[in-house]
Design a protein around this ligand. Structure first.
Ligand SMILES: Nc1ncnc2c1ncn2[C@@H]1O[C@H](COP(=O)(O)OP(=O)(O)OP(=O)(O)O)[C@@H](O)[C@H]1O
Ligand SMILES: [Mg+2]
Length: 351
């Protein structure tokens, strides 16, 4: 059983979605449906499984259905047809009380526009979800301070949101989501309002946190680089349809259609591909190792270690946080990842 399962979900917006559903199921396009019936297709037969501990990124252009999809997970939206289950619970079967409980304890959400309370300080904002859960002030503050530290905001705990930059406010949003200690985090365009350098910092911070916390994250973005950097798997939406699901390498090497190809065309691979994605697992490696070796963390991007390797021609040992060797990367893997097109699955997910 996957942590989150979305099965054959259709969402049609308008007066009478049920009446329109058969037309959609017969293959009418979003454009046709809008023109002929005035209804809007939000999601068109979408199925995804999100596994425990992974970051699943949902990507697509504006209006492709990303927010509609994520809102089904905590049932802010009911599907016109199809099933949504979270940790084995069918969300459509929750009564009002259980639904409130489910939202408070099972998942947290981070939004694009921070969603902080302007009249509460940083520590009060971060502790808010705990307050709702009924935790006492001392415990709230203790946990809130831990999370404030985790996102690098110590010293700012008694400031108000309007005293912070956008990037700092987003860190508060992230700390608040971490504080409730839910195993699922839903992030809708969480970094999209940040300027590029700060955004890249936040991505790195999320990757670092995730290496320790192993939450199940559904992350929404319209940015391909961000998807590739963060996602273990990526689902690409176009006009409410899921056009491709795959690992970053699957998406780069084998784009499913022109829509995905258009996204992938100009990607800077060194910046978005992680060591763990291209390594050959230690137990499968039978290539020749150089005497020189360089240790590289499994979550590093190629551009972070490429310069060192080029100079020394070393073999790369890919290690986890505790220093255990997970795999190896030689020139061959590097050059395939950086230069080869549509490689017939050479790098199909090595999970
Ligand atoms: N409440 C609603 N009523 C009517 N139509 C809606 C509603 N919410 C979304 N839609 C439509 O459903 C489609 C998908 O919208 P959605 O907000 O999920 O897109 P998105 O991918 O999140 O876009 P963005 O990147 O701009 O946030 C759009 O065509 C939108 O117009
Ligand atoms: Mg949206």
């Amino acid at each position: 059983m996957s942590k989150i399962e979305i099965k054959n979900v259709y969402k049609i917006f308008g007066e009478n979605p049920e009446k329109i559903l058969p037309m959609v199921q017969k293959g009418a396009t979003k454009e046709e449906i809008l023109e002929e019936t005035g209804h809007t297709i939000g999601l068109d037969n979408v199925s995804i499984n999100v596994e425990e501990g992974e970051t699943f990124v949902c990507m697509g252009l504006s209006g492709s259905g990303k927010s509609t999809l994520i809102r089904h997970i905590n049932r802010l939206i009911d599907p016109t047809s199809g099933q949504v289950s979270v940790e084995g619970t069918n969300v459509m079967e929750l009564n009002e009380k259980n639904l409130i409980d489910f939202r408070r304890h099972r998942m947290s959400m981070v939004f694009q526009r921070f969603g902080l309370f302007p009249h509460k300080t940083v520590i009060q904002n971060v502790g808010y979800g705990l307050e709702v859960q009924g935790k006492k002030i001392d415990e709230r503050n203790k946990i809130a301070m831990e999370k404030i530290e985790a996102v690098g905001l110590n010293g700012f705990e008694h400031q108000y949101p309007n005293q912070l930059s956008g990037g700092m406010q987003q860190r508060v949003g992230l700390a608040r989501a971490l504080a409730t200690n839910t195993s699922i985090m839903l992030m809708d365009e969480a970094f999209s309002a940040l300027d590029p350098l700060i955004r890249s910092d936040m991505q790195k911070q999320l990757i670092d946190l995730q290496a320790q916390l192993k939450k199940t994250i559904v992350f929404i973005t319209h940015d391909l680089d961000e998807s590739l950097r963060l996602g273990d798997h990526i689902g690409i939406l176009n006009d409410g349809k899921l056009v491709q699901v795959g690992t970053p390498i699957d998406i780069i090497m084998n784009p499913a259609d022109d829509y995905v190809s258009a996204f992938v065309k100009d990607v800077n691979r060194a910046k978005v591909i992680k060591a763990k994605i291209i390594m050959v697992s230690a137990n499968k490696f039978n290539g020749s190792k150089n005497i020189n070796t360089i240790k590289v963390n499994e979550d590093s991007f190629i551009d972070e270690f490429l310069p060192k390797v080029c100079l020394t021609q070393a073999t790369i040992e890919v290690v986890d946080k505790s220093g255990n060797i997970k795999g190896y990367i030689t020139d061959k893997e590097l050059s395939t990842a950086l230069t080869k097109n549509h490689s017939n699955g050479v790098f199909k997910s090595q999970k």
